[in-house]
Design a protein around this ligand. Structure first.
Ligand code: FAD
Length: 475
């Protein structure tokens, strides 16, 4: 006998598990099916984000940052460290513990909110009178029937054509988060968020890291000033970033990998690495979902086609997160998940794509929201710009990290904040103020008039806002 629910959510990543919880809060009977298992085969909800994405990468970035601080920067504070030693097993073990705590946290939240969790793989069976029949294969094999279905199956790393991930030498983000010993030479293909973050982790731990990026520009999506400052800082730290590098051949050989590429000037190069991380984008997870069985429409790249409200072409079937158009970010997936649950409940929520923040957790961190300067120029928008360097911020000096700046772009006439771009310490936290201001369609003057605690890095935001009107006080 099939089990009946108001809503079945397929996938327990940030899009799926948050949709399930919100729907349960709104009084629906909800099931969430997810196939992720930990190394012991136990349920590991949380998707890419929790298991092989946001959470473990930030755990490793934190540990490796501590190591580099102790190795290179404690001395500046008058602290001498003798016999510094890296215990990689323990470092990776800590990361696994953080991941596991998050997995357990989600299972707890499911119980608390009375979401029924199924550990297995779900696929569409058929349209039935009561809604949709969903088949669950695996440990909790079952047939479910629901009026509404949310597809939140996420994405997986894209492989280089003809070069499959073996997670030993050719690594996706998964293998790159559990390399057992620090490689001497590490190659990374792709200087996007994932390549830069994971490249930084292993460089800090002692690897010689070379990143090959096919595009001629560094971080094309970022404001040019931010990209320039970050490229200079990351290069100084020892990350070798080769732009305009077209990878032609990748061959594993014995215990390493050989990569042939052409540089921006057309010159051929051969490089050898112990390991190679391939971070060239991600593909949506729709294989085996039964999309064909029920006629769920996918686009030519395999993403589930949805409208602005995350409705698919099928009645009462919705899709959110990485498996649909838009930025592949956990907070975008979550916001879509909440919005869909509320829409099903008859509410009228809205996800504002114009105020979704972007963050890169390298050192310096980069964060931005809204339009960058090159986009405003292209749009022919009249704007004013205010910039404040962390060099002139007392807290940054006390921290010993004065790299970077806050840059605010505001409409020339109305002063409405159009974009905020930060490169520097805790950019990931500072950007929240900019998102709030933009969500309320506030002006640079509003930020300038808000009292910011002293001494804090957030004062750089206030000073950048003052600088829009050419009246910064400390620079
Ligand atoms: P996912 O998190 O991919 O979850 C989908 C779940 O569905 C998975 O558990 C999958 O196994 C399961 N599933 C798939 N098909 C089925 C099926 N048929 N039946 C049952 N279960 C199924 N984003 C940020 O915002 N900040 C970051 O700092 C950040 N860092 C990242 C670092 C790395 C290394 C990577 C790879 C990604 C990072 N991301 C980050 C991106 C973020 O992880 C994704 O945007 C987010 O996880 C998408 O959430 P989702 O719910 O759409 O899908």
């Amino acid at each position: 006998m099939a089990k009946n629910f108001d809503l079945v959510v397929i996938g327990a990543g940030p899009g799926g598990y948050i949709a399930a919880i919100r729907a349960a809060q709104l009084g629906m009977s909800v099931a969430c099916v997810d196939d992720w298992s930990d190394e012991k085969g136990k349920p590991a909800p949380g998707g890419t984000c929790t298991n092989v994405g946001c959470i473990p990468s930030k755990a490793l970035l934190q540990s490796s940052e501590h190591y580099e601080q102790a190795e290179k920067h404690f001395e500046d504070h008058g602290i001498e460290v003798k016999g510094l030693e890296l215990k990689l097993d323990k470092l990776l073990g800590r990361k696994d513990k953080v991941v596991n705590e998050n997995n357990q946290g989600i299972l707890f939240l499911f119980k608390k909110n009375k979401v029924t969790y199924f550990h297995g793989r779900a696929s569409f069976n058929a349209k039935v009178d009561a809604g949709w029949s969903i088949k669950v294969d695996g440990k909790d094999a079952e047939e479910l029937v629901a009026k509404h279905v949310v597809v939140a199956t996420g994405s997986s790393a894209r492989q280089l054509p003809g070069v499959p991930f073996d997670e030993e030498t050719i690594l996706s983000n998964d293998g790159a988060l559990r390399i057992g010993s620090v490689p001497k030479k590490l190659g990374v293909i792709g200087a996007g968020v994932i390549g830069l973050e994971l490249g930084s982790v292993w460089r800090r731990l002692g690897a010689e890291v070379t990143i090959l990026e096919g595009a001629p520009e560094f971080l094309a999506a970022a404001d040019r000033d931010v990209a320039k400052e970050a490229l200079s800082a990351l290069t100084k730290q020892g990350l070798e970033i080769k732009l305009g590098a077209k990878v032609e051949e990748v061959k594993t050989s014995g215990k390493g990998v050989k990569v042939e590429y052409e540089d921006a000037s057309g010159k051929e190069h051969k490089a050898e690495f112990d390991k190679l991380i391939v971070s060239i984008g991600r593909v949506p997870n729709t294989d085996g979902l039964g999309a064909d069985t029920v006629g769920l429409k996918l686009d030519e790249r395999g993403f589930v086609e949805v409208d602005d409200d995350c409705r698919t072409n099928l009645p009462n079937v919705w899709a959110v997160g990485d498996v649909v158009r838009g930025p592949m970010l956990a907070h975008k997936a979550e916001d879509e998940g909440v919005a869909v649950a509320e829409r099903i409940a008859g509410q009228q929520p809205h996800v504002n794509f114009d105020t979704i923040p972007w963050v890169i957790y390298t050192s310096p961190e980069m964060a931005w929201v809204g339009k960058n300067e090159q986009e405003l120029k292209k749009d022919g928008r009249d704007y004013r710009m205010g910039k404040f360097p962390f060099m002139a911020n007392g807290r940054a000096r006390a921290l010993g990290d004065t790299t970077g700046f806050v840059k605010i772009l505001a409409d020339a006439k109305t002063d409405e904040v159009l974009g905020v771009h930060i490169v520097g310490p805790t950019a990931s936290e500072l950007i929240a103020e900019a998102v709030v201001i933009m969500e309320f369609r506030g002006a640079a003057e509003d930020i300038a008039r808000i009292c910011h605690a002293h001494p804090t890095l957030s004062e750089a935001m206030k000073e950048a806002a003052l600088a829009v009107d050419k009246r910064a006080l400390n620079f």
